[in-house]
Design a protein around this ligand. Structure first.
Ligand code: BG6
Ligand code: MG
Length: 218
């Protein structure tokens, strides 16, 4: 019996994954790292410092920088990202999401946020969705990021539910892997190949309704 929903933020609730991509791409190209679709998809859901490491490895330059320099590079990316999200409004909520959240609330489901982003609360404020997410996992408190299940296990804990009573919602392969390893029901939104391991998948957020999820779960 499903009692709660644990949501990813970037690429699920809103289109911020585009801004993350833009800011990482700008940094990668400045460092001489070739940008590929594989790198772009692989970065989705990954924490800030893990993302930087992934980019440096892709360019085989992971040993070129000191830890302090790496922090400065990640901060540079974040400054660019924060400039983008400052301009966001509720118009940036992806199609159908507001109705989906309202439907979940009206039907008594508990809702938590499991975003790897330290900017998550700021984004929720910009979107005026803070009230929908009374429980937010603090990504700074995690020992491991996605694809490790820790963040989704923590989300269920915050709701006072067993993982088996939760649905996790994600747009990234690393996130689906985390949800599955946490023993929650995984709902993926996006590309079929990328999200091949999702229990339930929708092409886009507009199709992701409570009725469609229930129907797909049987
Ligand atoms: C995830 C995004 O939600 O958060 C990643 O999918 C991002 O692209 C990660 O790198 C960390 O975000 P932030 O805002 O803490 O740098
Ligand atoms: Mg995401």
């Amino acid at each position: 019996q499903i009692k709660g929903f644990v949501f990813d933020l970037d690429g699920v609730i809103t289109d911020t994954s585009l801004y993350h991509t833009k800011a990482w791409r700008q940094l990668a190209e400045k460092l001489g790292v070739t940008w590929t679709k594989t790198l772009e998809d692989g970065l989705k859901g990954i924490s800030r410092m893990d993302s930087l490491e992934m980019i440096l490895k892709a360019g085989n330059i992971q040993d070129k920088y000191t830890q302090d320099e790496k922090v400065a590079l990640a901060t540079e990316k974040n400054t660019n990202y924060v400039n983008e999200i400052k301009k966001m409004t509720p118009a940036n909520i992806l199609p159908g999401i507001k109705a989906f959240l309202d439907d979940l609330r009206a039907n008594g489901y508990l809702i938590a946020l499991a975003s790897a982003s330290k900017n998550g609360p700021t984004v929720l404020t910009q979107l005026k969705l803070t009230d929908y997410f009374p429980k937010v996992v603090d990504p700074a408190s995690l020992s491991k990021g996605k694809p490790d299940p820790e963040i989704y296990i923590r989300g269920a804990e915050l709701l006072g539910l067993a993982p088996e009573a939760c649905v996790g919602v994600e747009d990234a392969a690393a996130g689906i892997e985390a949800i599955n390893a946490a023993n929650e029901v995984s709902v993926g939104v996006g590309d079929a190949t990328t999200l091949a391991d999702a229990d339930v998948r929708f092409d886009d957020t507009a199709q992701m309704t409570l009725a469609n999820i229930k129907a797909a779960m049987g």
